[in-house]
Design a binder for this molecule. Sequence first.
Ligand code: GDP
Ligand code: MG
Length: 442
Amino acid sequence: NLTQRLGRVVKTLRGQARLTEDNIADMLREVRMALLEADVALPVVKDFIARVKEKALGQDVIGSLTPGQALVGVVHRELTELMGGQATGLNLATQPPAIILMSGLQGAGKTTTTAKLGKWLKERQKKKVLAVSCDVYRPAAIEQLKAVSAQAGIEFFPSHAGEKPAAIAAAALDYAKKHYFDVLFVDTAGRLAIDSAMMAEIKELHALLNPVESLFVVDAMLGQDAVNTARAFNEALPLTGVVLTKLDGDARGGAALSVRHVTGKPLKFAGVGEKLNGIEEFHPERMASRILGMGDILGLVEEAQRGVDQDKAQEFVKKMKSGKGFDLNDFKDQIGQMRKMGGMSSLLDKMPAQFAQMAQQAGGAVEDKAVGRIEGIINSMTPGERSKPELIKASRKRRIAAGAGVQVQEVNRLLNQFEQTQKVMKQFSKGGMAKMMRGMKG
Ligand code: GDP
Ligand code: MG
């Protein structure tokens, strides 16, 4: 897969003195195959390779960077660009209710995403949210939205099989206006494949509602097919953004790469689990790190070995090698180490994507302040809790939150993200991380 291939590329280039036409060509061949294997559309790949080549050849390898790192840096920046650069949130700037129309194939995750985003808007932005289903072909689909809306704590506007989608939408809009809702989600019927009746229906809904957000929901696991679907919906509707679901089940990222390229529309959210909190704002930069796999953890360790605290760095490498025992104590040490190495931004650049994400989410910003908050939370834990985070249940969470002066949710977020990181660490240790570490140190 893409992660492994690019990992191999980094390894091959490590130890080479300079970039030559030859080794760039080798690397580009690997990247090209990796992207094709990850199901990225061919024109996207061609474009991408051309850009990386141009940038890489013009690039001076400076300072402490190895040529491999420099090239991976270029690939990372270009991947980020390809996925749209900056993160863009939901646009609710309109006369309320802000209407959000959900479109996509059956099973893409429209209904689930409706509830996830509703919960998100309610909890984070204190919005009053109404959801309605125009999926009149499957009574179970309406029931499903009702159930997940209740779970999400948002209001559900009832509809029934056999009613006309346009009539349902109009009634829901009327209700939303009368009761001063901030946001109205309109969930729609999908089909198993692109189908002209479905397109006509969603177009009609769009024309009627004139939504401020028209979100195309697509299953990341569809790979190349996601691209074709995205193209069809983008031609039929003035989409404002894309939600890529089931990224938890797809490590390849191919769909993320090409959907943006094909539609020109921003990827706004990523679905990362079946549960209603399994959603994240889509950050192209983080996705690029994820596609590249390990961030530059090797660079990080190297730097630690060169400059700061040999023993601790060694210990870290040992733990990584063994693939077990990576706990919040280690994470805390890492933060302390990296502080010494020159602050937050250089630190985040070098951390594996999952770490960076954890730091960003726990603090909400890429700043030393964010790290301070994480450190504060971890400091409020006992050593026992740090080495066995699964011990931390509700009452401990409250104590820790109070100790760190943060909300319990922030502790939860840190723990969730940490759990994810641990999983990634385990995968690394199974899939060659140990080998890479040995190679690097030799
Ligand atoms: P719809 O037909 O487009 O409304 O799709 P649903 O919302 O009913 O979702 C289809 C299936 O995908 C359900 O089983 C969801 O639980 C699942 N699902 C949706 N989003 C995600 C996600 O981000 N991750 C995972 N693992 N499953 C998801
Ligand atoms: Mg549905």
